[in-house]
Design a binder for this molecule. Structure first.
Ligand SMILES: Nc1nc2c(ncn2[C@@H]2O[C@H](COP(=O)(O)OP(=O)(O)OP(=O)(O)O)[C@@H](O)[C@H]2O)c(=O)[nH]1
Length: 355
């Protein structure tokens, strides 16, 4: 099966706290863009014989480049302040020197949004700040007259089109980044709530929910499924001999092998401690047994765990979850069968057909 690659915006550097990730990503994307836009304006404005404005944009490119570095070093507030102040100052300077007809004040829109979304400011400060910038925009937009433009037609209109287009693109980009970061944070939270932190397998909470839904589906479709409860053999002795960290490596190794042997549609769960629950929907115990045997043989044949020579074996109790049967009853039966597998000498699979 082809796995769809997920676009990762930007990995979080170690200096950036997890709770500042959204702020970091927004600045990581917007600061180089801002620097590039400023840099592109320098030759354009110089060519239009506007050396003061060209110099202001060169300084602006440097300010946004500095903001990029500050952001990367975890100084998000400084980065946002540098970028925001520069954009507001440039908009005012350009409007002052070229008149509002050139549309530089449109950059106040993305800056206002960045101020509301990104900086560490509390909403009670950032909201009036953002609204203030938009008030400034409105004043510049509606101001009668303004200084006469030194540019001949059609340059003011062409510049206004460029500035409005770039400001709109900035707004859309901000929206997309916020949405994408929110979705990725939501995914992470869901993963954390459903996965076991050590092994990455599903946790008991998720498996219980999965079983409840499977039980309801089986009742409707008449389909049978198999539950297998597995337990590492003599795990206490492994912990005692090699230490708890090696014990943890063993649990991770079991999880990796489980994931390699079972289908993506099977539910692989760390049920607790060194106990694992495998749920195989639409699979009979006979079919499940052959996969479990292949898995158990692979585990038994592994000579070492993370470089420590350890032979791992597991005992299993495997039972049918019949259509309409209460999941709790099937779980109790799997537990009894597992107990029997341990009593019979471990490293084996005991199913419903056991004498
Ligand atoms: N390293 C590590 N050990 C754990 C973890 N959870 C449970 N254990 C250990 O697993 C061991 C389980 O011991 P027992 O229940 O006696 O089982 P066992 O030694 O595997 O014996 P049998 O199941 O009868 O073969 C205990 O020593 C627990 O401390 C964990 O997350 N990491």
């Amino acid at each position: 099966m082809m796995r769809r690659r997920r676009f990762v915006i930007q990995a979080r550097p170690h200096r950036v706290a997890a709770r500042h990730y959204r702020r970091y990503v927004m600045l990581w994307l917007s600061t180089p863009l801002g620097a590039a836009v400023h840099a592109a304006f320098v030759p354009l404005l110089a060519g239009l014989d506007l050396p003061r404005l060209a110099a202001a944009h060169a300084a602006g490119a440097a300010a946004w480049a500095l903001a990029f570095v500050a952001n990367h070093r975890g100084r998000h507030t400084l980065a946002a302040a540098l970028a925001g102040l520069d954009a507001a100052a440039q908009a005012l300077l350009a409007d002052l020197w070229l008149g509002p007809a050139a549309g530089f004040h449109y950059y106040l829109w993305p800056v206002a949004c960045l101020a509301v979304l990104a900086p560490r400011m509390r909403p009670r400060f950032s909201a009036p700040f953002g609204l203030g910038l938009l008030g400034l925009f409105t004043a510049l937009e509606l101001a009668p007259g303004g200084p006469p433009s030194p540019l001949a037609a059609p340059w003011p209109t062409a510049l206004a089109a460029l500035n409005i287009g770039l400001s709109a693109a900035g707004l859309v980009m901000l929206g997309l980044v916020v949405r994408s970061v929110n979705e990725s944070q939501e995914r992470n939270l869901t993963e954390q709530a459903t996965r076991d932190a050590l092994t990455g397998l599903y946790n008991r909470h998720f498996a219980t929910d999965f079983l409840r839904q499977l039980g309801e589906r089986n009742r409707r479709t008449g389909e049978a499924s198999t539950l297998a409860l597995g337990d590492l053999d003599h795990f206490k002795a492994i912990n005692d001999r090699h230490g708890h960290d090696v014990g943890d490596d063993c649990l991770i190794a079991v999880a990796e092998r489980l994931q390699a042997h079972f289908r993506a549609s099977d539910c692989l769960c760390r049920w607790g401690g060194e106990e694992f629950l495998i749920v195989l929907p639409g699979t009979t115990p006979a079919e499940a047994r052959s996969v479990l045997e292949r898995f158990a043989a692979a585990l038994r044949g592994t000579p070492d765990v993370a470089g420590t020579p350890i032979r791992l074996t597991m005992s299993f109790g495997a039972t049918l979850l019949a259509p309409g049967e209460a999941v709790e009853r099937a779980l109790e039966r799997a537990d009894r069968l597992l107990y029997r597998a341990k009593a019979l000498g471990r490293d084996r699979i005991v199913g419903d057909d056991a004498p």
